[in-house]
Design a protein around this ligand. Structure first.
Ligand SMILES: N[C@@H](CCC(=O)N[C@@H](CS)C(=O)NCC(=O)O)C(=O)O
Length: 225
């Protein structure tokens, strides 16, 4: 179908996206995984995956840097050439094109709640875990310069504080972090908890609701994306 100027309309853009999306991806890295889970939850076909091997520092190659000067995955490239980096920016783009099922909320109340938890989980947990990993793991010494182990250890403590905050949120028995419905906030939280195992930040034993939440997320078909 020739979309022409109407490419800006959501329906037309959706067709173009599914036909031609490219996703620069790193299979074992948590941020690209969040995007793959989001796409699977939407029931969308997986875009063409372009592998970027971070262990071989392919993110620093000139070819990739011209796609994303920030040298990180994921990056989604549209057929008009727009390269979207930042996980949540990619998710927002996909949500705008494919509103169902909603993963970022539809009512002002839900949109605000999901945004609040997405940011809490991204900055309060995921980033803390990532900083702990980057500043304490020997495999990261070449990528994180300077590597500051004391900063990594400080973040380990902050991540544990955040895990207990999550536990408090889930203590009323709600199935998902924002209530009855699965959302993008669950994706970031669940992936962050799994990622925490790499720098050996164990979920405290007094967080049973959080453990059950993670198990619930892991049982979803999208989780293997
Ligand atoms: N804020 C970015 C973070 C992306 C990011 O840090 N990606 C990691 C993989 S999970 C990466 O590419 N790291 C490159 C490196 O370590 O050199 C997002 O949400 O997409």
């Amino acid at each position: 179908m020739a979309c022409g100027r109407a490419l800006r309309s959501a329906a037309c853009a959706a067709q173009a996206v599914e036909a031609s999306l490219q996703l620069y991806d790193t299979q074992r890295a948590p941020s690209p995984r969040r995007v793959r889970i989001f796409i699977a939850e939407k029931g969308l076909p997986m875009p063409t995956l372009v592998p970027v091997d971070l262990t071989r520092l392919e993110q620093r190659d000139g070819a990739f840097r011209s796609v994303n000067p920030w040298m990180t995955t994921p990056v989604m490239v549209l057929d008009d050439g727009l390269a979207i980096s930042e996980t949540m920016a990619i998710c927002r783009y996909l949500e705008a094109l494919h509103p169902d099922p909603p993963l970022l909320g539809t009512t002002p109340h839900a949109i605000a709640t999901i945004e609040m938890w997405t940011r809490r989980l991204e900055f309060g947990l995921y980033t803390r875990v990532a900083q702990c990993f980057r500043h304490t793991h020997p495999a990261m010494a070449e990528r994180e310069i300077p590597q500051v182990p004391a900063w990594g250890e400080a973040n380990r403590g902050h991540a544990l504080v955040e895990m207990r905050r999550i536990e408090a949120q889930l203590a009323d028995g709600r199935p998902f972090i924002c209530g009855d419905h699965f959302s993008a906030a669950d994706i970031i939280g669940g992936v962050a908890l799994e990622f925490a195992k790499v720098p050996k930040i164990a979920l405290p034993e007094d967080c049973p609701h959080t453990a059950a939440w993670l198990a619930r997320l892991q049982s979803r078909p999208s989780w293997s994306a």
